[in-house]
Every structure is written in structure tokens, then in C-alpha cells.
Design a protein around this ligand. Structure first.
Ligand code: GDP
Length: 195
């Protein structure tokens, strides 16, 4: 899939900087520290490709990667930083709104959810933005290795319940661990076979 691998293309801070809208595109969203960089690195098979995004200063950038000749993988700015200034949050909202409604190639958003915590209040805003932009989104649970098998059903029920009211939610939830590699091939397969 996607040989010879992914390459970082560019980071953009405004719609004007986006590459040509001529590929199948998927985007990844999630609150800071959810494991988004780790997942993108696992998915693309390249270490250090998605730089750690743990500082509020990096929250504003949309990072584009090419997957083979046909796909873009888009790393959206993380959200939910404690003490983020209002101006930063508003800028994130504006950029996200414009991005989500402005890309014809965008087929699906993957919203990352920590498997230990389920969907939190801080995630609701992006889910609502995705509904309003009519971008189908799929929940991807991260750090599944940190959850005991017997606790998993409860988390999945919570996530299903939280996604229930969202018309843009895709029903199937993907369980992943960047640590063990679980679910990474499944996610790759989903991306590769998007219509
Ligand atoms: P980001 O801020 O969403 O990009 O999150 P990172 O990818 O930087 O990950 C945040 C922290 O969670 C780091 O300490 C990672 O090592 C850890 N982490 C990420 N994915 C996993 C995982 O699948 N399993 C475990 N156990 N830890 C993970």
C-alpha cells in the first residue's frame, strides 16, 4: 500500500497554502497527547515523520503528507490544550471550518480518541464541525494496549453512545495501538479502499 511510503509535503497555516485539491484526502484530528503523531508515524511506517505536536505553538499548522501517488494524509492541529488563549482557539475554529468545507478531495476524517478515556467534552466541538461540514468521520481509538480487554466493551459503548447524535459519524470504530501495531493495517486498508 502506498509504496514507497509517505513523505512530508508541507505545513500550512492558511487555506491559501494548501496543495492542489487533486487527490483522495483523509485528515486526522484529536486532542493534544491523544497519540496522533505516533499513529501517523505507525501508519506511514516512518519514524519521526509527524513531529510531536505537544506545544501550543504548533497547534495552528495543518501538515500535509503524500501517500503514494494518489492520497494525501492531513494532520490537523491538535485541540484541547489547557490554558490555550481564546484567540488561538478562535483561530483554530476558523481554520478548521474553512479546511473542512473547502476540500473536494476530502473523503473522511479520523477522529482520534484515547481508548482509556472515551469521547470527552473537548472532542464535541470537532464532531459538530464535521457534522456541519458534512465530512464523514470515523472514530479511531488510540493506545488500546493500555486498556484491559475486559474494559474495552465499556469504552466502545461509551464511544458509540457519544457518536450516536452525530449524523456524520461512520458507525465502525477502529481500535489501534501505535505501540503494538494493532489495528494499523486495518486503518491503512480503510484509507486505501475509500471510494
Ligand atoms: P499527539 O500529541 O496526539 O501527537 O500525541 P503523541 O503521538 O505525541 O503521543 C503522546 C504520548 O502518548 C507519547 O508519550 C506517546 O509515546 C504515547 N503514546 C502514543 N501512542 C501510544 C500507544 O499506542 N500506546 C501507548 N502505550 N502509548 C502511546
Amino acid at each position: 500500500l502506498f509504496a514507497p511510503g509517505a513523505d512530508f509535503l508541507k505545513g500550512v497555516v492558511a487555506m491559501e497554502g494548501l496543495p492542489a485539491d487533486d487527490r483522495v484526502e483523509v485528515c486526522f484530528a484529536g486532542r493534544s497527547n491523544v497519540g496522533k503523531s505516533s499513529l501517523i508515524n505507525a501508519l506511514t511506517g516512518r519514524r519521526g515523520l509527524a513531529r510531536a505536536s505537544n506545544t501550543p505553538g504548533r497547534t495552528q499548522e495543518i501538515n500535509y503528507f503524500t501517500l503514494g501517488e494518489t492520497h494525501y494524509l492531513v494532520d490537523l492541529p491538535g485541540y484541547g490544550f489547557a490554558n490555550a488563549p481564546v484567540a488561538v482557539v478562535e483561530r483554530w475554529q476558523r481554520l478548521l471550518k474553512r479546511y473542512l468545507s473547502g476540500r473536494a478531495g476530502l473523503r473522511r476524517a479520523f477522529v482520534l480518541i484515547d481508548a482509556r478515556h472515551g469521547v470527552k467534552k473537548v472532542d464535541e466541538e470537532i464532531l459538530t464541525l464535521l457534522d456541519r461540514s458534512a465530512v464523514t468521520f470515523q472514530a479511531v481509538l488510540t493506545k488500546a494496549d493500555k486498556v484491559k480487554a475486559r474494559d474495552l466493551d465499556r469504552v466502545l459503548d461509551q464511544v458509540r453512545g457519544a457518536l450516536g447524535p452525530h449524523p456524520a459519524a461512520f458507525p465502525e470504530i477502529v481500535l489501534t495501538s501505535s505501540e503494538t501495531g494493532d489495528g494499523i493495517d486495518v486503518l491503512r486498508g480503510i484509507i486505501a479502499t475509500l471510494p
